[in-house]
Design a protein. Structure first.
Length: 166
């Protein structure tokens, strides 16, 4: 059996290798990224990791974590749990305020046996907040149908007026 003796040097890390230019595929990928950044083909961004607060360089704009493990740790530690008593109390307060009735179609939990959800009048991805005056009760059909559509100003005012009168 023939054993390959290292006779070359990796151009990225300098380790001895039997391959002509790189010792491994990750080393080759890293070298190509560095070269493309130097040539201006890829813009690098200095970012701060959301989890460990280390400064790291990313070659794409969506990087917010320095590693996969930091991503997992951050998401695990900052996950909202529905077992939280304050969240359950908050949801129940909205359902009770709205008399367990969907604001869009008028169906309610007792008569129609509909699954009720809490819906944002102004969706969170459009700047809406998790406040009493931005949350209403809706059945699952209406909530899924509405999705993240922003209602027109007249519909929003009508819903908010209905909330304040109850």
């Amino acid at each position: 059996m023939k054993v390959n003796k290292p006779c070359h040097e990796c151009i990225n890390c300098g380790n001895a290798t039997s391959r002509k230019t790189y010792c491994s595929i990750p080393c080759e990928t890293e070298f190509i990224k560095k070269r493309n950044i130097e040539l201006g083909k890829i813009k690098s961004h200095n970012l701060v990791c959301k989890n460990c607060k280390k400064i790291f360089t990313s070659t794409y704009s969506k990087g917010v974590y320095c590693s996969k493990s930091c991503s997992r740790i951050y998401k695990k530690n900052n996950r909202l749990t529905y077992q939280s008593s304050s969240l359950i109390g908050f949801r129940f307060k909205i359902l009770k305020r709205d008399n367990f009735t969907c604001h869009y179609c008028g169906r309610n939990f007792l008569d129609d046996k509909k699954v009720l959800m809490i819906d944002h009048i102004i969706p969170r991805n459009k700047g809406g907040k998790d406040t009493d005056d931005n949350l209403i009760t809706s059945c699952s059909d209406c909530n899924i149908g509405k999705s993240d559509i922003l209602l027109d100003i007249h519909q929003i005012n009508k819903l908010k007026e209905h909330i304040t009168h109850e």
